[in-house]
Design a protein around this ligand. Structure first.
Ligand SMILES: Nc1nc2c(ncn2[C@@H]2O[C@H](COP(=O)(O)OP(=O)(O)OP(=O)(O)O)[C@@H](O)[C@H]2O)c(=O)[nH]1
Ligand SMILES: [Mg+2]
Ligand SMILES: [Zn+2]
Length: 382
């Protein structure tokens, strides 16, 4: 028998939509627990904890247990998930296996932790919970950014959970949002499994296009023109879950990123030259996103990439971007008993990775900017 967790620091939350199993969860009635370093669960009864500072400290490590359903085993949600007074924003990375979703996300998160860069955008970014975030920083960001290691493909049988949980605050307006980002294996996204119900409730899509999959883009004879089955399956799910028959748009934003843009440089693509990853600094001027979107749209549409434009056509708001998460391809070498893929030091760099994520923040209301008002919305729908 489990005991309900009761009211946390943020006051009464009530019933929320679980972002993982999309069931309804009565927050105060859900068991509250803390996790030790080794994963041992200890029930937490807030009535026995004295002092706000003590409660605050414990709640950074506290979780509610959602019972799940017949498609999804029970799972934990950080105590802070619903407690900021704004609706949590859930983002899904979409794209076939090998498109570069996991490297792109790690590059984005490393940039989000650059406090000076975030200050330029008037944002502060914190971990939603310390334990899961430390594991992500160690297993993905440090390994990739500091040690230049190629990250493995995401396990197809990994539990459905978000890879990254953040609290994004605009000190200027005092508004805070919970943002959680899912990064599932591309092969899994193509299936119709019921345990991927989280897709139905996403607040925004980060669709990743691999230019090596598009015919002739990165070299003669490479790629094809069939599009991306993870895009197609995701749009099918969303149309069924979120649209009335005949509705013209899926009512969420889609930011499409052509990643691995280092492979598109010096190929004479004049229409996207301005947006290729040459510059030294992050381009954070969201006022030019419309221009970049038009150029990348024209690029894909006229060079065998039309089939990758499904989310752009079907989602309510959409923008398109170019980015490079690694700057270069990995070289595999024997290091002791194992073969490790490592990115060569001289060409390893992250370029234009933050701009698509900030755009999605603007389109989902996390970032309240004047430029967000009409960003990417089809003219007829404004
Ligand atoms: N040249 C280049 N290669 C990249 C870039 N980003 C990722 N890659 C390579 O692309 C491959 C696949 O990247 P992942 O991030 O694992 O792809 P994924 O979409 O997460 O794949 P799944 O987890 O299987 O769905 C890796 O071998 C990376 O080295 C980039 O910006 N440039
Ligand atoms: Mg992956
Ligand atoms: Zn749940």
């Amino acid at each position: 028998m489990t005991t309900p967790g009761g009211t946390g620091l943020a006051g009464e939350v009530g019933v929320i939509d679980c972002p993982i199993c999309i069931g309804q969860l009565d927050w105060e009635q859900a068991p509250l627990l803390t996790l030790d370093a080794d994963g041992t669960e200890t029930p937490l009864d807030l009535r026995t904890v004295r002092g706000d500072a003590n409660r605050q400290r414990l709640l950074m490590h506290a979780y509610r247990r959602c019972p799940g359903n017949d498609a999804q085993p029970s799972h934990l949600l950080p105590e802070r998930f619903p407690g900021l007074g704004t609706r949590p924003v859930t983002i899904g990375l979409v794209g076939a296996s090998g498109t570069g979703k996991t490297h792109l996300l790690a590059a984005m998160v490393s940039r989000l932790h650059d406090a000076a860069l975030m200050a330029r955008m008037g944002l502060t970014v914190q971990a939603l919970d310390l334990r899961m975030h430390a594991a992500y920083l160690d297993g993905h960001v440090s390994r990739f950014i500091d040690r230049r290691e190629q990250l493995p493909a995401t396990r197809i049988d990994a539990p459905v959970e978000f890879a990254v949980g953040l609290v994004v605050e605009e000190p200027g307006t005092g508004r805070s949002h919970t943002v959680v980002i899912f990064d599932m294996s591309g092969e899994r996204l193509q299936r119709s499994d019921r345990d991927l119900a989280f897709v139905n409730q996403l607040s925004g899509l980060l669709c990743v296009v691999d230019p090596t999959a598009v015919r002739d883009l990165t070299g003669p004879g490479l790629g094809g023109d069939g599009g991306d089955r993870a895009f197609d399956a995701t749009m099918d799910r969303l149309r069924q879950a979120r649209c009335r028959p005949g509705a013209p748009y899926v009512p969420i934003p889609a930011v499409t990123v052509v990643t691995k843009a280092d492979l598109l440089t010096r190929r004479g693509y004049a229409e996207i030259n301005r947006w290729l990853p040459y510059g030294l600094h992050e381009d954070l001027d969201l006022g030019t996103v419309e221009e970049e979107s038009r150029a990348v749209y024209a690029f894909l549409a006229s060079r065998n990439g039309r089939r990758w434009l499904g989310p752009t056509h079907e989602c309510w708001d959409s923008t398109l971007h170019l980015a490079s998460a690694t700057g270069t391809s990995a070289v595999v070498a024997e290091e002791g008993p194992r073969a490790v893929g490592r990115f060569p030091k001289d060409s390893f760099r992250q370029r234009r990775v933050l701009r698509p994520l900030l755009t999605l923040f603007a389109l989902t209301g996390v970032l309240d900017m004047a430029t967000a008002r009409n960003l990417g919305r089809p003219e007829a729908a404004r």
